[in-house]
Design a protein around this ligand. Structure first.
Ligand SMILES: Cc1ncc(COP(=O)(O)O)c(C=O)c1O
Length: 441
């Protein structure tokens, strides 16, 4: 490492508290100071490059320093960087809301904005509870989440998250949620199919609703892929069955598409594959192309009408300073333009096929189980590895020009949608090489 890089690292370690990190680990695992990004690649100050195979925590869709998003942002910078959204409005937020509504066939026609995913989850939970309350159903105060669910790190979002590592320390601060069986297809036993697992998991929801649906405001689900749980994938049937149960028992369905939305699973919204519509849909991450913090909660007219009143206290009095930030909305509009102009969902199908083909040696590897794919997400579980696997894999990957961070023993790929054929080969060949190096110890 050059002296310049060393200096950035020591200044960062002295002053920046890095996310999701035991800072002491940086005594042995080097921090990488990024100088710039281009396309799918990040570059450090010493000219080394890293293929961003997890889209910088699943946010980047069309590459770093994308010329089209850059141009839109430059244009917006000269017009309006920010204006508060209470009492005022502006073109980017209006256009974005209209286009998102149209993307749901106007079923989810009311867009409420925040900055990060966890804030969107908080909003959806509060809106669900408050809309029931406004309708005289004050007893509906509980939320249901899935085993292995992940919805963010704020106190409310963590309450509906089921990842012990993130949650346990804060247990005393959290309001308990009901946890139901995950529909994770890996749980199939005795010749069960993924659909059988989905039916079994929906049965668990039904039992809970039978017991106490009058107390339950909403169930929150990451549709098709529970990402932070280790890319646990389920059959779309699960979403259909839960939607029916929500209708039958009067419970809101919140679909958290923060990670799986924006084309990640093959359709623009994951729930399209099940043909279901939620009462609330949360989006963030990819919606701004990975440029700026933006999240949004889309809700139905039915929910919206529960708040519409002359009485101020029946309104949804939630706010964030940067709600509907024009720059972030403009980045989102540029992102949606790319989807349309480049027919991205169709192009991703052939890109995904090429990546799956290139990953064939891993699929058949003796130390790999549950190789799985949906849209632009690939994952597999390493067998017989210890709990240092993930950190060792990450370190070996960076030595091989790859940015990959396994979750426990699950290696996953969630690359941007703009990989070239060369990138695909680097991705597949190096992932295999790094995997073999890491399992060898
Ligand atoms: C499904 C899901 N919901 C919510 C969040 C939280 O989003 P943020 O990290 O922007 O708060 C994440 C983040 O990974 C997520 O994957």
């Amino acid at each position: 490492m050059s002296n310049q890089s060393r200096e950035w690292v020591s200044r960062s370690l002295a002053s920046v508290w890095h996310p999701c990190t035991q800072m002491q680990h940086h005594e042995t695992t080097p921090l990488i100071p990024v100088s710039h990004g281009r396309g799918a690649w990040l570059y450090d100050h010493d000219g080394r490059r890293y293929l961003d195979a997890i889209s910088s925590w699943w946010v980047n869709l069309f590459g770093h320093a994308n010329p089209r998003i850059n141009a839109a942002l430059r244009d917006q910078l000269e017009k309006l960087e920010h204006a508060m959204l209470a009492g005022f409005t502006h073109e980017p937020v209006i256009e974005l809301s209209e286009r998102l509504s149209a993307a749901t066939n106007h079923h989810l026609g009311h867009a409420f904005y925040a900055s990060d995913g966890a804030s969107a989850v908080e909003i959806a939970l509060k809106m669900s509870f408050h809309s029931w309350r406004n309708r005289g159903r004050n007893e509906k105060q509980e939320f249901v989440c899935l085993q292995g669910s992940y919805h963010g790190e704020t106190i409310g979002a963590l309450a509906v998250t089921d990842v012990a590592l993130f949650k346990d320390a804060y247990g005393p601060l959290l309001r308990a949620a009901q946890t139901v069986m995950s529909p994770d297809a890996r749980q199939a036993v005795d010749g069960e199919t993924a659909q059988d697992v989905a039916r079994r998991a929906a049965g668990d929801v039904e039992r809970l609703f039978q017991q106490k649906s009058e107390k339950i405001a909403a169930i929150i689900i990451e549709p098709l892929v529970q990402c932070a749980a280790g890319m646990a994938m389920h059959d779309p049937l699960y979403l259909q069955l839960v939607r029916e149960l929500c209708d039958r028992y009067g419970v809101h369905l919140i679909l958290d598409e923060i990670a799986v939305g924006c084309g990640r699973t093959g359709t623009f919204f994951a729930c399209e594959q099940a043909g279901v519509r939620p009462d609330f849909l949360t989006l963030s991450k990819g919606i701004s192309g990975g440029y700026l913090p933006l999240s949004v909660v889309l809700s139905t007219d039915d929910v919206y009408q529960a708040f519409y009143s002359a009485d101020v206290t029946r309104g949804f009095l939630h706010s964030h300073s940067y709600t509907g930030n024009p720059l972030a909305c403009r980045a989102a509009l540029a992102t949606l333009d790319i989807f349309r102009e480049d027919d991205v969902l169709a192009a991703n199908q052939s890109l995904a096929d090429r990546i799956t083909t290139a990953l064939a040696p891993l699929r058949g590897h003796a130390r790999v189980k549950h190789f799985r794919q949906r849209g632009m997400i690939w994952a597999f579980d390493a067998t017989d590895v210890d709990n240092t696997f993930s950190r060792r894999f990450f370190a070996n990957a960076t030595q091989n020009e790859l940015l990959l961070r396994p979750i426990g023993s699950t290696v996953y790929l969630m690359p941007p949608y703009i990989l070239t054929d060369d990138d695909v080969h680097v991705l597949a060949d190096r992932t295999l090489a790094v995997f073999e190096q890491t399992i060898a110890g």
